[in-house]
Design a protein around this ligand. Structure first.
Ligand code: ZN
Ligand code: ZN
Length: 245
């Protein structure tokens, strides 16, 4: 287990204080009492081995999936905590559209544990950024609401300015794998001052084909990162039965 940064207990205390003033609602089921209730936690459709050793897609065997055998991604590994299904799906929706920062902190506890279990060595955490236009509209990056407390909990550097979108990309929703890749190709630019020579963990909320993380990793490596790992809270899977590929 990694030791948290000294400020992490204070960060958490801030949210507990707020809970005392405004009784929280669960991000998964809306029940009053906690930000993330025990029942929802018990229902999280966690992903486990066997998965593709590179892209983390659930498989029936160990090794690499077909796609990674033919075209290995630039990152060392991508893993997702859970399938993009209830209760993670409504929770991520809230995080994205209702600026539920305290929920970000509650989920971060579990993401931190998941990252710890993977045994990866990295020095900095970088959230996948929004484009300027979307950032203006929304006012915040929902991934940062999780990435920041995770970096405090792991006592690693939090580097939200390391990666920028060079252009506003359209939403990936409804696009095919090839279209997704084209949509985000060269979409990111990384700042060497933050990542040169460093092992970096890039974080996003949901992965579908992994195109955004592939493009992010390419930019980080181009800026001199020594290696890139990728993590998402959730993975969108064609069937939740996980019997794909
Ligand atoms: Zn709940
Ligand atoms: Zn794969």
């Amino acid at each position: 287990m990694t030791k948290p940064h000294w400020s992490y207990p204070l960060y958490r205390l801030g949210w507990s204080g707020l809970d005392w003033i405004f009784p929280p609602q669960c991000g998964g089921c809306d029940k009053t009492g906690s930000r993330w209730c025990d029942e929802c936690q018990a229902k999280v459709p966690c992903l486990n081995d066997p998965w593709c050793e590179l892209c983390g897609t659930p498989l029936r065997h160990t090794g690499r999936c077909q796609r990674c055998q033919e075209n290995p991604p630039p990152y060392r590994a991508l893993r997702s905590w859970a399938a993009f299904d209830s209760p993670i799906r409504p929770a991520l929706h809230k995080l994205k559209y209702r600026r539920d920062m305290a929920l970000g902190d509650a989920l971060a506890v579990h993401i931190k544990r998941f990252v710890d279990s993977l045994g990866w060595e990295f020095e900095a955490i970088v959230p996948v950024p929004l484009g300027e236009k979307r950032m203006r509209e929304r006012g915040y990056n929902q991934v940062a609401l999780i990435a920041k407390p995770v970096s405090l909990a792991l006592d690693s550097m939090y580097r939200p300015a390391a990666l920028k979108r060079q252009r506003d990309t359209r939403s990936q929703v409804g696009l095919s794998a090839g279209e997704r890749r084209d949509n985000v190709r060269n979409a990111f630019l990384a700042d060497p001052n933050f990542v040169r020579g460093k092992s970096v963990l890039v974080m996003d909320d949901v992965a579908t084909t992994g195109a955004t993380l592939t493009s992010s990793a390419e930019a980080l490596l181009h800026a001199g990162a020594s290696q890139v790992y990728a993590i998402t809270v959730a993975r969108a899977l064609p069937h939740h039965g996980l019997n794909l590929i």
